[in-house]
Design a binder for this molecule. Sequence first.
Ligand code: ZN
Length: 465
Amino acid sequence: MASQIRSKPTYLKRKRRRRINWGVLIPLLVLLFAIGYGATTLVLKWMEPEEVVYEYSLEGLTVEESKALLSNANIEDGEYKLSDYVLYGESLTLYAGMYDLGVKDPLLGKSIMCRNLSTGSEYVFYLGNKLDEGIPIYELPVGVYEVYVSSLMSNERMYMEKETFEEFYTVTRKGVNHRFSLIADTNYFYSDDETLNLEKPYLYFMVEDAELPAEYYDIIIDPGHFAYDCYADSCYGYIDNGSVTNNGKFIESEAVYDVSLVVAKELALAGLKVTITRDDVTPVDMYGVGGRVHKSITNKSKYFISNHLNAINDTRVHGAEVWHSAYASTTFAETILNSLVDNTILVASGNIGGGNPIPSVISSTVSTSKYGKPFDGFMMIREPGGKGTCAGQLSEAAIEHNGPFLEGVNYGANALLIEYIYMTNKNDAANWEANYESYGKAVAKGIIDYLKLDFYDNDFIEEQE
Ligand SMILES: [Zn+2]
């Protein structure tokens, strides 16, 4: 048993076994006649079940059938050793070696097959190079799965180098959350029966309907700025309000707070559990315990949206941009930008950044500097990203202030940074007040579309079949 395993499963069907010891009971019944009613209480005491055995059974299967399945490694065509895993948003990637930025793992580009032990259904996922191109954990239906690395030729059963147990939650879709447990243990299901021990900690995924714990959130909205520290990994020591134009009347930190409230409200109306990194009264730092990254990591937000307005010397530059991690695909950012452009008066800024394939959908600048690894330069994309973006490991401020609470964390939020407009452009600035609400609604719509919030809707599932 892994020491990190906190609880035995209590949620699947179990059978209760009552044992009555007839060899004791029959003579006792005779005795009952002999000595009359006075012995009744004694007999009742003896009739109490001497042992209650709780045993594990898979949905639709008997305990014996389940035991046969769960105590068999089912090594079809060999075994495949895993060393590490990362959850980014709701995308789970498995690694043959230890995860590190810029290291190409041999598992990337391979297919993972999850076999449901109750139904035999097989679900195949391709592991892409990007953090958001792993196994979408919300797509696996409720059940217990064996996990294989799969090809046309073979299915190799996966096991973890070390015993592992970790629970993740999906975001709320139509009122439903799934708890996704990654289990690698020689005997998770029958720990009181040593005859059922597996040789190695083979990997299982267990998916259950579960209520999202009170302290967890689906998504966190970050109104940029209004902090004592800043985005460039150093501290100002005074409150940073972002860009300020129009003779001090147009203040980025205030404007992005307004639009953040719109985004948060729309997402809550769509059934998501939403929180926000700050209000408009108390400045909240990015780094450190109690800061924005800390909040996102401890409440296990799956998505992190940082709202900003841009500024540049060239006042002709205008329009919207969405920035994403250099280690994530463009998909999420592109969905948001499309929604902004399709549903509001905004245009894409046309910024082609460092040669990004889609103008205005921009990869967070990769910086190598003195840390020797290429990492996301935008700390508000890198640090909420957790393990996948090596949060708390690069840059002195991140190591000092975020490193301690990110230690041992295997997950992180899929983080985007939205620059709605250029405050330095006359039209963009003039249109803000009358239109920011439509901008916020469009961003929320993009998020809702990206998250497929109707995924557990029956109509949607039928359509897919
Ligand atoms: Zn900003």
